[in-house]
Ligand binder design. Structure first.
Ligand SMILES: [Cu+2]
Length: 89
């Protein structure tokens, strides 16, 4: 998806014990230079592309320096709301 689009927040439950976490950078880290790799982890759940109905899977949205939108609202797709709808990890 290009910039300026939106993604609908899906209302599906995570499986018991599912845990999403960020390995790097650490919470509160300040990154200078504008480019970085984010290392994400996921336990007890799988990743798949947006729109694929497969049990216990989903895809990532990474929010940077912004507040979490209301979960019943569309999630923007822009420089502060990165959408990994192809199932990128
Ligand atoms: Cu999405």
């Amino acid at each position: 998806m290009g910039t300026g689009g939106v993604a609908r927040a899906e209302q599906t439950a995570s499986p018991p014990g599912a845990e999403e976490y960020i390995i790097w950078p650490s919470d509160g880290a300040v990154i200078h230079g504008g480019k970085l790799w984010v290392r994400m982890g996921l336990r007890n759940m799988g990743v798949c592309p947006k729109g694929i109905a497969f049990p216990n899977t989903g895809h990532h949205h990474l929010l940077i320096d912004t507040d979490l939108p209301a979960l019943d609202q569309e999630i923007p797709s822009d420089r502060q709301h990165l959408h990994f709808g192809a199932g990128e990890t």
